[in-house]
Write a protein that binds this ligand. Sequence first.
Ligand code: FRU
Length: 485
Amino acid sequence: MREDRYRMGFHLMPPQGWLNDPNGLCRFGGEYHVFFQYAPGWPRCGQKCWGHYISADLVNWRFAGTALRPDRDFDRDGVYSGSALVGREPEGRQNMRIYYTGNVKLDGDHDYVDSGREANVIYTESADGIHFSEKQLLLTHEDYPPDYTCHVRDPKVFFENGSYYMVLGGRKRGGVSRQRKDYGAVLLYRSADGMKWELNREITTPEPFGYMWECPDLFSMAQQTVLSFCPQGLKAELYRFQNTDQSGYVRLDGETVNTANFTEWDMGFEFYAPQTFEDEQGRRLLIGWTGLPDTPYENPTGECGWLHCLTVPRELTRGDGGILQNPAAELQQLREDGQTYTGDSAAMNTGDFSFWLQTERIETDRFQISMGDHLFLKYENKVFTWEFPDGKTEAEDWGRGRRIRRMKLEKLTDIQVLCDHSVLELFVNGGSRAMCGRFYPEVLKDGCTIRIQGCGSRAVTHFWHMKAMEVREDETLIGNRGSTD
Ligand code: FRU
């Protein structure tokens, strides 16, 4: 085992094993519940369960072990992604309703697109957020429209105007010729009681926009309906769709999706499968997976027995040009040792790569933040880039296969950089664009210099060290819930 210097201080990560999508996000009984796709036995066993974190304030967390595991025939190959809906029972008691995909892979000679896979909608509920009722099978493959392949999954459920609604991501069959043109689509179901579901409508595009849409989410924000989804199979372009799979949103006006309005949530190296929820204050928070299904880059933490993390909770608000994302205000409690600089340039030092940097009132058309000689954030010719120079040795190559991500930006007015040991999230122009991804810095004896240049004379830069969140393993819960290995 190598020294584990890449563990994060203020991003949720698996205590051990594998993490992917955030699931079942909700505020329930005065606490936030963050479930996630979790394979605690990884790399030996990759079977997906739901891991569970709980927090009252988004900075003090309890790891509550494995909440749901594949233990029935209808979910035997994985408790896949899904959502939570907090309901009120007639007697006023709250309950947490969980809907997820039970993944089944059949033995035999299958392509697992047209045959061999079952994706069931499963339901379970909890009165305390900890103990779950007997699982119930709500929908099976037979219930989906016949022109869909086996890929239908990731229920996100919400309640509106007296009805329950559920969106499911799908891969619609576009013909079974060799050059099959499968379509990404969303199936919208409706229900009076949250248990018996009927197909309400399909949401898709006239021409395929990716062959599969995963992890859909439908919500309203400032009187607009927003559909978020993760299209797979879009062709990479210089300034768009730079990752293997994408994740973004559109404003939904009618039955079809206008892909010209598709806005990527994040333009960094890895971001996928985000989910949103509303808390008691009426804030809509988004958490994404800082990872992607099939990336060509390396993640050396595998050698320490864990992989991937979640983004910080991002608060969504409506801006002029689209949705703004900003780190949830609670995270500011972790700031310490603040320093302020004014003017065109500043230089700071970090020993542990745990900091929050914020520059406001930028007036420039050429700007740069560098971390040593190994990581550069640049703004030039109306393009913002995150770059890792091609390092010769492992110590020099902080990107481990990541090279450059670009976004077009008419102007740059402000930037926030949240750096947490081996993950970086940045937000520019009031949160109108975001980038997140991993990096693997070498620890330097005298720390690492972070240099900002070209902000303009009126700029103000704040720099804070970030304390780690309190993350406690709840031994009683973990013990009661048992181990999956
Ligand atoms: C997205 C996804 C989901 C699926 C889950 C399985 O990353 O592929 O569609 O439910 O991961 O872990």
